[in-house]
Design a protein around this ligand. Sequence first.
Ligand code: MLT
Length: 270
Amino acid sequence: MPYARVNGTMLYYREAGEGHLALFIHGFPLDHSMWLDQLAGLAHVRRCVAVDLRGFGRSDPVVEPALSMEMLADDVAELIEALGSNQADVVGLSMGGYVALALWELRPALVRTLTLADTRAAADGPEARQKRQATIDLVLDQGRGVLAAEAIRSLLAPGPSAPVQARVRSMVEGTRYETIVAALQGMRDRVDRTHLLPTISVPTLVVGGEQDAGSPPAQMRALAQAIPGARTVIVPGAGHLCPLERPAEVNEALIELFEGRKVVWWKPEP
Ligand code: MLT
């Protein structure tokens, strides 16, 4: 089983392919398996590694009351080096994007290209901070099932397929309670990194779901506009979890970023 010891904890990761490293960072309250379609679809162009962040999935449990984005970014930095690389194409979705931006702040030299999916640079406002606490209270009182139901309702575009719903439910219900609490507290307390956006000097892709209410297209375009030369891809018919809702379109955009070329390999024959 692929594990790496970093910063005193064991991180699980799954990998496919070879060549330059691409590192995939999942959202909340998910795990590495949200990227399985990317591992399958991009293994011919990259050594794709999808990590379970500290406390998530098959990685070690946490005792920290809060998982700061800086701590998670430092783990990712150590993992890149533990995998024998000095750079990675870093792909982060939502909470994974917060971590990717923290990595850019802490260790920019490790980032070859940056993909920010359905995420934001701003910190939580007062209302969002209150909602974090309400979510903690709800989950501790009523269990992860309510969080899974809410994730299926709010993170996916209307009418999701049964297999996609099932994947989301498995990830949410498989996330430890202490991780849910610690990650919510870490996201609640994360700092604003908007000022960093103009400093991003590597090729950057901003990708969002057309029907993502949490990070809507206008917000994703504004994020890209703040990053010199960033490209925006809005995925039709996808919600917040576009990599598993519309993997072919997301993979195409990632290949274009990684390889700097246009590909149509995923499209069906006419
Ligand atoms: C995620 O998908 O990671 C979450 O929506 C992030 C958040 O709650 O801010």
